[in-house]
Structures are given as C-alpha cells and as structure tokens.
Design a binder for this molecule. Structure first.
Ligand SMILES: [Zn+2]
Length: 415
C-alpha cells in the first residue's frame, strides 16, 4: 500500500505555531506526504511531476493532524453499567465499593481475563476512538496490581499496536491503587513496584512512562517521590493523576522531576501553574471524569492560559469514572464545562496532546518532517467537528501515510 499522498484545495488546520492565525489555518492549501512523513504543507502550487502517490481534491474541506488521546485506561475486562444504575438509584460510591464494586470489580475481572480476551475488548474500544479521529493513543496499565497481571496488561497494550493501525503508547500505572493483601501498607507496595516490577518493564521495553495516582485515597507524596526516583533512574517519562479530588501537591512533584504531564488538576492553584510553566509540564484536562463524577470544581483554565501552559484534552477512557469513547466529545466537554476556546480544544487533541506524551517532534502538527497522520473531514471548520460531536467522523484517515477507512477498524474490533 502506498504511503505517499497529495491533498489539494484544502482548508488545512496545521496546528503549527509558526503559521499565523488560529490553529495555523491555511486556505486553498496543499498537504503532501511521502514514505510516511509530511513532505510539504503550504499554499504554493506543489510540483507533483513524478509523484506516484494518491491525489485527492479536498474541495475546500478541512484537513487536520491525526488526533491524539493522551490519557486512557482502555485495557480492562468487565463493565460497570450495573454500578451506574445503582448510583442513579441513589447508592453511594462507598456502598458500591464495600459490596465488591468499584475498582476492585475491574481488577478482579481483568485478572481473570486472558490476553486474547483483553485484546479483543480493547480493540473494540480503540476502534471507536479511531472513528472520532484518533491516530495515536496512550493506554495505561493499573488494573492488574501484581506482577503477572500488570505484565499481562502491558503485553496486551504492546500487542494492540499490531492489531489496529493506531499508534499505541504504554504507561505503567501499577501505582493506581493499593491491592488487597497489603493490609494498608502502601510503602511496601511501592517498594515492590520499584524493585519487583519496573526493572522488568524496562528490560522488556513494555512502557514509555510511569504514572501514579497521588491522592489521599491512593499514594502520598513520599511514595510518589520514591516511584519517580526509580522511574527516572530507569529512563521512563514521568506523569501523574494529581490534584483531582484535593490539592495533593502531586503536580509539584511532577515539576520537580520535569515530568511530561500533570493530569486532572481540578484543585491546581496559582503557584503550581507557575511551576508547571517553568518545568515545561503539560496540563492534561479530563472533562469526562469531571462530568461523570458530577464534580463542581473546574481546573483553573484562566490561570493555565495566562501562564501559557499547554493544555491537552483526553478521554480518560475507563469503566469507573469516564466511559467516554470519543476524543471530539472530550473536546466538546472541555469547551462547554471548562471554558476552553475552540482553538484551544483543537490544539488540546493535536499539538498539546503530542507534548503530553513527549511526541512533539513527530506528531500533532501538519509540518514538514512530521509523521503523516492526516484526517480529511466532511466539513470545512473544526467548529463543526467539536460542536456536533460525536456525529461528525473523518472521511479519510491516513496513519504514517497509509490510508485506512475509520470503519475498517470499527468492524474489525466489533467482530
Ligand atoms: Zn486516568
């Protein structure tokens, strides 16, 4: 299959900061790629003499970079639809958790599932994401919480790369919650993650990043610091679930370790925003969890904007707090609930999503030398995609320059 192509007569959202105007917009523009990489983006006529790839007249329609979902928990077994019903009937999350529900339910179901089952389930979910324009996705472990099961989930994430055309990036979130059997001893569990798990994950190259849930109901700052020290020593990128339910100061810790992203951030405060700017940490906003948990405190978007901290948006796809399978719906929620502008929302699922994964040199922009992850839309403005989400799907999807039908992924996942 050819990995070269030439789209002409397009409205191009380059998302390149060097192109003036909102989201680096170019009218009547051309996008050319060869051998999987962007070769030319601009309004000058492209001399296509000798060019062997596909040629597409966009008729003025919109072309964007492939979307990036930089925070998901897509590998799990079992769903929590019954818990949703129970919560709607008025049962508390604590009562549901006490009767074996909540995250314990997902951990138990995921531990029982084979790699083949997990692969099939996750493939269906990622295929749905791809239908919303996602071409790169991060997936975390964290429902295994012991050696065999964390490795099993990370192997599943690795195997997803060969099953669907999307680029899949793995993060080790063994420090998600304390599993049964540790009798409240969070320190011993973190010791085990540092000494018993992470070196093997590194040796087998099963993850790029290490994540922690830093919160009073999960792990504290000292435990996070020990985890990050080990992660840094082994060469992992660093990120975290922080400031979600209270001011945990996990963001300060991520800044101290020059992490790639701090995620959630409802309880983030001004001095922490300044630290993020100084340390180059990207803010990842997760409006699906905010919505589903019926939170009332929004992340401080105005402060993040004022200090020019890049804001990424992700689905946080997971069975408990964010059963959300569309990146454009996440962008819609970020606009409606958190007050992002349309330009910020588009950058949140392109350039800034790439930065949250440390991929800003290769993804998230249409610019010479970047990966040719390209979407052609049936509309001429990003407003239509985000405003009418999730009903507007890309017409064509190229990943590393190769054309895929968004429905091909979906039908394969559903089979
Ligand atoms: Zn999460």
């Amino acid at each position: 299959m050819s990995s070269s192509g030439y789209i002409y007569n397009a409205c191009v959202a380059t998302c390149d900061p060097k192109v003036p105007g909102a989201y680096g917009r170019l009218q009547n523009a051309n996008v050319v790629w060869q051998d999987g990489l962007i070769h030319y983006v601009g309004v000058e006529p492209y001399t296509s003499k000798g060019f062997a790839g596909e040629r597409i007249n966009a008729h003025g329609r919109l072309v964007t970079p492939g979307f990036i979902d930089c925070h998901t928990h897509a590998v799990y077994a079992g769903d929590r639809a019954q818990e949703f019903e129970r919560r709607l009937r008025g049962e508390s999350y604590a009562a549901i958790a006490a009767s074996g529900g909540g995250i314990a339910h997902t951990v138990a179901a995921t531990r029982k599932a084979s790699i083949a089952t997990l692969l099939s389930l996750a493939e269906t979910r990622l295929a749905r994401l791809m239908q919303s324009g996602v071409t790169s996705v991060e997936v975390k472990s964290g429902y295994g919480l012991d050696y065999d099961n964390e490795i099993k989930i990370l192997e599943t994430i690795q195997a997803l790369n060969g099953r669907l055309p999307l680029h899949v990036f793995a993060t080790c979130l063994a420090a998600h919650t304390l599993p049964e059997g540790f009798d409240g001893d969070h320190d011993s569990y973190i010791d085990w993650v540092c000494e018993g798990l992470l070196p093997e994950v590194k040796r087998r190259n099963l993850a790029r990043a290490v994540d922690v849930f830093c919160e009073s109901i999960a792990f504290n700052l000292d435990q996070g610091r020990r985890l990050f020290c080990k992660a840094r020593e082994l060469g992992f990128a660093i990120k975290g679930h922080v400031e979600q339910l209270s001011q945990s100061y996990g963001t300060d810790l991520i800044c101290e370790f020059n992490g790639v992203s701090a995620d959630h951030l409802e309880y983030l405060e001004g001095s922490q925003v300044q630290k993020m700017k100084a340390a180059g940490v990207t803010a990842v906003l997760l409006p699906g969890a905010y919505y589903f948990l019926q939170e009332s405190r929004c992340p401080p978007v105005a402060l993040l904007r004022q200090h020019r901290v890049p804001m990424a948006i992700a689905t946080d796809m997971n069975p408990g707090s964010s059963p959300l399978f569309s990146i454009t719906s996440a962008a819609n929620m970020a606009c409606v609930q958190f007050g992002l502008s349309l330009d910020e929302a588009l950058l949140g699922i392109t350039r800034h999503g790439a930065k949250a994964l440390g991929l800003e040199q290769s993804k998230g922009m249409l610019k010479q030398g970047m990966d040719a992850d390209v979407l052609l839309w049936p509309v001429d403005s990003p407003a239509n995609i985000i405003y009418e989400s999730p009903s507007v799907a890309p017409e064509k999807i190229w990943i590393s320059g190769t054309l895929y039908d968004a429905d091909v992924g979906a039908s394969r996942g559903m089979s």
